[in-house]
Each structure stands twice: as structure tokens, then as C-alpha cells.
Design a protein around this ligand. Structure first.
Ligand SMILES: [Zn+2]
Ligand SMILES: [Zn+2]
Length: 464
């Protein structure tokens, strides 16, 4: 008998951590940071229920911080085993974990300056050095490559189509016939993405750990290219600048790809595009190098010499001086910068400068959480506070939600319909309670499978 225990992404979309006990081995799938609400974030500071020294290895589904961001902390607490993931995930983690460490250190510094920490002095959850220690443990694999971590168990990564390098983790016990298999979905991407492959179909699954971020929602069926073209064209017609707050990893590259596509199809005029984020520039480099992890049409395009993330007039801005020079741009340009919800980062300077001009447009390219500047603008607030100043919002405010990297419930069900047999159990994780409940119910109604929603720390015996 084997055992699975849920130490994160239960009742929430963050903190993914699942421990698998196989014979006398303990392995963990994902090592994500809790984010969002304060009660969630405080969980990052708790001692882990199992001594990290006892965990032999960690297997990552993908690089997003809610799946990888606890690694430096876990290493600091004593974990020193291998970290397995795909090559692209390993590359992206170099950027994401270093950035995360930087944010932790900045937050601690800020708390000390303002004197609002309970600890005296405030400490970061982890440091840049902790992140480097974690990065040294990475052992990357290709999609589909077999890896035996035991004479019985083989591990394989299969494309989940959610982010460059994202994978379903497929662990199979081959010692007996029939073989037994558990699959961890990580986050599931959407079919027909811009340059990522569709989520791969998997078979012979006995246990499935399934995400449910969109378990109770469907994506807006708008045509993303049409809407995006319309917004760019209107901004151009007004002679204004289009400002797009966007996450540096994933979203920025999708935007660059689509702008180039629209431009080449003659659906929008060619415009100067400024990417103002060192992290986005470095990430775009990784995307260019990892073209093998994209769909065939993207690879064909690169074969034909198309630089798929390069609109004709692209300007990559890494330094502060590069960034400041964008201030001289008066009209008809696109500025992409982070953060995606306008909570921090260089985007704030651009917003402070551009929001008072009615010719300009701000386009939000992702869901805006309550309490963020992005949400406040979308709700029609005509004034936002930036760096202590009140800035009038005279620019147009638009939003395009179809960029989501998560399959909605119909897309998840369609994927499940491709299974060749019913899993013995489906564990629903990585969702707000309503979303997980809704998806579990749909799986019971549509497929008549056994779907359960685990609690924090809950264990299940499984036959693996
Ligand atoms: Zn993700
Ligand atoms: Zn996630």
C-alpha cells in the first residue's frame, strides 16, 4: 500500500504540496508557496509537518510560484534531495525563484523601515542565497523521457499546455501486471493556445490529483485576436499609448506573440512595442531557446525565419535608463510592463505618467484580485493612488480575460472524457472551495467517477 497526503492547494489555489509514500520512500510533488490572504501566507512560516530531511526528492509540475516558490524555504529547513522537472521549468525557476527571493528580502527590508513587523527585526521567508541553494538541486528531464527512481516506479513528464515546461506528473508502478498509475495534473492549460501544445491525453490512470481553479467557471467565448486587435486599433486611432500591465513570465510572451501575428496579418498597424521589465526580457530569451517545447506550427514558423516573439518594432528595456527613455514616447505605442495587477513594479511609473491623458488606454490582461489598483480601475474609480500621489484616471480602461492559462470546467471535462478507463479516485485540489465542489459534482454527474476533496493534512491509502 502507498499513501498520499495533502499539504497545500486544498481549499485554495496556492501552496501546492502533495506527499507520496511509496514503500519506505517519501517524495513530494510540487513545493508551492501559499499566497494571497494573510492566513494563507502565514502558513509559509509554519514548520512543515514532516521533517524535510525525510523527503527524498521533489517533483515539480511547473515553475509558477504557487508550485515552486516554497523550495528555497524547504531547503533552508533541511531538504537536500533532487528536484526533478522539465528543462523549461528548470530554466524558468531560475528567474522565478530568484525574483521571489528578491521580493521576500525587499518586503522584510520595508517592514523593518516602517517598523511594522512582529519579528524584530523582520526576516525574509528566504534569501537569494537560499534560492541559489535550491537551484543547485535541479535535475531536468525532457517530456516523455522515462526516469526510474526505484526498480518498480517510473516517472514521466507529459505536456500540460499551461506554461512553457508545464507537465502532468505520471508515476507508474511497473512491478505488477496490470501496472498502477497516479497522475498529478499540476495546472491544466487550454486547448488551441497560441504557441503551447494542447494538454496531452493520458491513459490507464488509477488515481488522479486534479486542479479545479476554474471548476465553477467557463471562459468568455470572445475571439481573443479580434478583441485585442480592436483595442490596439482604437488606441492607435486616438493617437494614444496602450499600456498593458502583464506578468513577466508567460503572459508577456503571449502578448508579444499575438501582436506579431496581428501585425503580420495586417490586422493592426505596426507600432513600437516596449517591454519594460528585466524579468520579462530574460524570460523571453528562455522562450526563444525552448522552442522544442512549443507546438509544431510555432516550430515551423521559426524554421521559416519568423521570430515569433518579435513584433517588427520591439524595444526590450532592461536598465532604468531604458525604462526612463520610454517617457519620451508621446503617442502610438504599446508598453508592456509588470506587475500584472499594477500592485508594484515599473508599470506604476507608466501609469502615473499616462493615466491623466484621455488618449491613452490601459489594458488589463488577467484577472484582477480585489483590493488591487487594477481592480479599482476596472470598477470605474477615476482616481488611483500611486507612490503616495492621487492620479486621475482619464485614460480608457479595458480588460481581456481570455488569456487565462487554466482550462475551464468544460475543457477539463473534455480532457477527462479522453481517459480510457475510470480512475479509482480523483482528488480535487487547487481551487477555492466553491470551485472544487462544483468540479467534483460535475465529475460525479458526467462521468460517474469517485471524486473527493481532501482537507489539509488528510491522508489516503492508495493501491500503487
Ligand atoms: Zn500555474
Ligand atoms: Zn497553480
Amino acid at each position: 500500500m502507498a499513501k498520499i497526503t495533502f499539504y497545500g492547494a486544498v481549499g485554495t489555489v496556492t501552496g501546492s504540496k502533495f506527499m507520496l509514500e511509496l514503500k519506505d520512500r517519501k517524495i513530494m510533488i510540487d513545493c508551492g508557496m501559499f499566497q494571497g490572504k494573510k492566513e494563507n501566507r502565514l502558513m509559509n512560516w509554519e514548520p512543515f509537518p514532516v521533517p524535510p530531511q525525510e523527503i527524498e526528492k521533489i517533483i515539480l509540475t511547473h515553475g509558477h510560484i504557487d508550485h515552486s516558490g516554497y523550495l528555497p524555504r524547504f531547503c533552508k529547513m533541511g531538504f537536500s534531495g533532487d528536484i526533478h522537472c522539465t528543462h523549461s521549468t528548470a530554466d524558468l525557476c531560475q528567474i522565478l525563484l530568484r525574483d521571489s527571493a528578491h521580493i521576500q528580502e525587499e518586503d522584510a527590508r520595508w517592514a523593518n523601515k516602517k517598523g511594522y513587523s512582529k519579528h524584530d527585526p523582520a526576516r525574509p521567508l528566504y534569501t537569494a542565497e537560499d534560492a541559489e541553494n535550491a537551484l543547485r538541486l535541479f535535475k531536468p528531464y525532457y517530456y516523455g523521457e522515462d526516469f526510474y527512481f526505484d526498480s518498480d516506479y517510473r516517472l514521466k513528464f507529459k505536456d500540460a499546455g499551461h506554461l512553457l515546461g508545464s507537465a502532468f506528473v505520471d508515476i507508474k508502478n511497473e512491478s505488477d501486471k496490470p501496472t498502477r498509475k497516479i497522475v498529478f495534473s499540476g495546472d491544466i492549460g487550454r486547448p488551441r493556445g497560441q504557441f503551447l501544445r494542447d494538454p496531452v491525453q493520458i491513459f490507464n490512470v488509477d488515481y488522479l490529483v486534479l486542479e479545479s481553479t476554474y471548476g465553477d467557471r467557463l471562459h468568455d467565448p470572445v475571439n481573443l485576436y479580434d478583441e485585442f486587435a480592436r483595442i490596439i486599433q482604437r488606441s492607435f486611432d486616438r493617437g494614444g499609448v496602450l499600456i498593458i500591465p502583464a506578468f513577466a513570465v508567460g503572459r508577456t510572451q503571449t502578448l508579444l506573440y499575438m501582436i506579431r501575428e496581428l501585425e503580420e496579418a495586417g490586422r493592426i498597424p505596426s507600432l513600437p512595442v516596449y517591454v519594460d521589465s528585466p524579468m520579462a526580457v530574460d524570460t523571453t530569451d528562455i522562450f526563444r531557446r525552448r522552442i522544442a517545447d512549443m507546438n509544431l506550427s510555432s516550430r515551423l514558423m521559426t524554421l521559416e525565419g519568423t521570430r515569433i516573439f518579435r513584433p517588427a518594432q520591439l524595444h526590450l528595456c532592461k536598465t532604468r535608463d531604458d525604462s526612463k527613455r520610454i517617457n519620451d514616447v508621446r503617442s502610438r505605442a504599446i508598453i508592456i510592463s509588470s506587475s500584472g495587477m499594477a500592485t508594484a513594479g515599473r508599470i506604476l511609473h507608466h501609469l502615473a505618467q499616462r493615466l491623466p491623458d484621455p488618449r491613452n488606454t490601459v489594458l488589463f490582461s488577467g484577472f484582477q484580485v480585489e483590493g488591487t489598483r487594477g481592480r479599482s480601475m476596472l470598477e470605474g474609480n477615476r482616481n488611483v493612488k500611486i507612490h503616495g500621489d492621487s492620479v486621475p484616471v482619464k485614460a480608457h480602461v479595458e480588460s481581456l480575460l481570455g488569456f487565462s492559462g487554466h482550462a475551464d470546467y468544460n475543457e477539463i471535462l473534455a480532457w477527462l472524457h479522453g481517459f480510457n478507463k475510470a480512475p479509482e479516485k480523483v482528488f480535487i485540489v487547487h481551487g477555492e472551495p466553491e470551485a472544487s465542489d462544483a468540479l467534483a459534482q460535475k465529475i460525479r454527474d458526467n462521468l460517474d467517477w469517485d471524486a473527493v476533496i481532501p482537507h489539509y493534512g488528510e491522508s489516503f491509502e492508495i493501491d500503487l
